[in-house]
Design a protein around this ligand. Structure first.
Ligand SMILES: Cc1cn([C@H]2C[C@H](O)[C@@H](COP(=O)(O)OP(=O)(O)O[C@H]3O[C@@H](C)C(=O)[C@@H](O)[C@H]3O)O2)c(=O)[nH]c1=O
Length: 181
């Protein structure tokens, strides 16, 4: 397992070591001990989520606030997604900055999105299955969000606006300036 620092503080790309032989391949998708040694972050995840979406679906930007804040380790099991993390920690040197990475079953990359970040992804294949671990439980009352097309963030979602499919909640999300995080 290798990690690569992204331009955002505490946000990492995880690349697994692949063992190939005549049968196919093997890799450790997650190893708490190695993850903690390499990143220095908490690797104790308590919830695993899966979603399936079709082309053009954009989920985000989401976070949980306060004591329910969640770090996420995200990956794509089928298809191709453009994954985006935004640093929403006001005391961070990379506050207000975003980073995007393509996640596919072929590149096997995972993105570690720390607590206090907004997270979202867009589906750029016909369909995509997205999988992620969270280090804190889902809590509806603690949900925060930031509008995907916020003028201050200027995120490139790798989709044309006309193709984007959003939930009503995400369409009506507050702006970055509203600080719903
Ligand atoms: C996130 C979540 C949702 N739900 C329920 C609530 C709702 O009825 C249904 C769909 O929820 P949402 O519309 O919020 O799902 P979705 O838009 O896929 O939300 C997810 O988006 C990505 C970008 C993230 O970063 C995740 O943390 C999460 O916020 O599933 C749970 O039961 N547990 C969960 O952990």
């Amino acid at each position: 397992m290798k990690i690569k620092q992204t331009p955002l503080k505490d946000c990492y790309i995880i690349e697994p070591t692949i063992f190939e032989d005549d049968r196919g391949y093997f890799f450790e998708k997650f190893n708490e001990k190695k993850f903690e040694e390499l990143t220095g972050m908490n690797g104790h995840f308590v919830q695993d989520n899966i979603s399936k979406s079709s082309y053009g679906v954009l989920r985000g930007l989401h976070l949980q606030k306060g004591e329910h804040a969640q770090a996420k380790l995200v990956s794509c099991l089928e298809g191709k997604v453009w994954d985006v993390a935004v640093d929403l920690r006001e005391d961070s040197s990379t506050f207000g900055k975003w980073f995007g990475v393509e996640l596919t079953p072929e590149n096997k990359l995972q993105l570690y999105v720390p607590r206090g970040f907004g997270h979202g992804f867009s589906v750029i294949s016909e369909t995509a299955v997205f999988a992620y671990k969270c280090d804190n439980f889902y809590n509806k009352e603690s949900e925060g969000s930031v509008k995907y097309n916020d003028k201050d963030l200027q995120i490139d979602w790798k989709l044309e606006e006309k193709d984007m499919i959003l939930s009503e909640k995400d369409e009506n999300a507050p702006s970055f300036a509203d600080k719903n995080f």
